[in-house]
Design a protein around this ligand. Structure first.
Ligand SMILES: C[S@@+](CC[C@H](N)C(=O)[O-])C[C@H]1O[C@@H](n2cnc3c(N)ncnc32)[C@H](O)[C@@H]1O
Length: 304
């Protein structure tokens, strides 16, 4: 059960979801037709030294292959791959637009600070719970980030703006924010407060990208099977009990539009197909429940 001040290590509670998404990135990175290469994902997941996590990352749990076996049609797996591509492209565009300040909210095991090309002078702030960032620091101790990476170890239900400012965040400079795989782990009021703070701290020309699952991603029958296979491998991620309800929060598309940011939506199915990846019909319905969006705060000279 979630509580207002719960905390976790990387293999526990919400922390394990960061391992789950990194395992899928590791799996995708090994495909011949991989849509991205994240060599750090395998290193990070491998650092927990657990056969279950190794099997998930290899795409094989109880002999089931992520693509062709029992997990086929897992819309969440396809969404994870699509959103990685979408947010990678988002950061590349932000860098081309001259943005040099990046804030990754709930960074988890996101290795973009290490694996993407960043223009010199880029500062990347990574926020997450202290034990999650400590695990990542240990696992990547020998790796060099490709930008000025600064850890902000804080719970995002607490006063994270102060912690961010204390680490050198410049509110007068345009920022590219990312909230990937975060919002449903926050109660609705905490999501709304977080987005309010993002607006307050954003200079004109700032951008934000996020994803938000509305639920209904997969048939119950499939969900139960997936849970059972993972539990047999010693992996417990009980999303239904980690997520807070969708209904108690603003829809971020409406919310940013109301604040006069320019909102653009991504379509995960179209994105994968545009990159030459076919999407199983079984996955498409669940993927349609997933919001992928960017929003830009206009500079003074742009029409709204
Ligand atoms: C599904 S993972 C996503 C991680 C990363 N953004 C990615 O996509 O690889 C969720 C992350 O949100 C973080 N998180 C959730 N609620 C949080 C909170 N209240 N404070 C800080 N971090 C939080 C977890 O620690 C975890 O790293």
């Amino acid at each position: 059960m979630r509580t207002d001040d719960d905390s976790w290590d990387i293999t526990e509670s919400v922390g394990a979801t960061a391992l789950g998404v990194a395992a899928i990135r590791a799996y995708e990175s090994k495909r011949e037709d991989a849509l991205f290469h994240d060599p750090y994902a395998a290193k990070l997941v491998g650092a927990v030294a657990s056969p279950g996590w190794d099997a998930l990352m290899a795409g094989s749990l109880s002999g089931q292959n992520v693509d062709d076996g029992d997990l086929r049609g897992w819309s969440m797996g396809s969404v994870l791959i699509a959103r990685t591509v979408y947010f990678d492209e988002y950061f590349a565009a932000a860098a081309r637009a001259g943005i040099r300040q990046i804030v990754i909210l709930a960074a988890g095991l996101d290795a973009r600070a290490y694996r993407l090309e960043w223009p010199s002078g880029t500062r990347i702030f990574e926020l997450d719970q202290p034990k999650v960032l400590a695990f990542k620091a240990r696992a990547l101790a020998e790796d060099e980030p490709a930008a000025d990476r600064r850890e902000v170890a804080i719970d995002l239900r607490q006063d994270w703006p102060k912690a961010l400012l204390d680490k050198g965040f410049e509110p007068g400079e345009p920022t590219a924010w990312l909230a990937e795989g975060l919002l449903r782990y926050l109660p609705g009021h905490a999501q709304n407060q977080l987005l309010e703070k993002v607006v307050e701290l954003s200079a004109p020309g700032s951008r934000l990208a996020l994803n938000l699952g509305r639920g209904g991603d997969m048939a119950d029958e499939f969900r139960e099977r997936r849970k059972k296979v993972m539990a047999e491998a010693g992996i417990t991620i009980d999303l239904e009990n980690l997520f807070y309800p969708w209904e108690d929060r603003h829809d971020p598309r409406d919310w940013f539009a109301m604040h006069r940011w320019l909102v653009t939506e991504g379509d995960p199915v179209a994105l994968l197909e545009d990159h030459g990846r076919s999407v199983p019909e079984a996955a498409k319905a669940g993927m349609a429940h997933h919001i992928l969006m960017t929003a830009t705060k206009p500079r003074g000279d742009e029409t709204q």
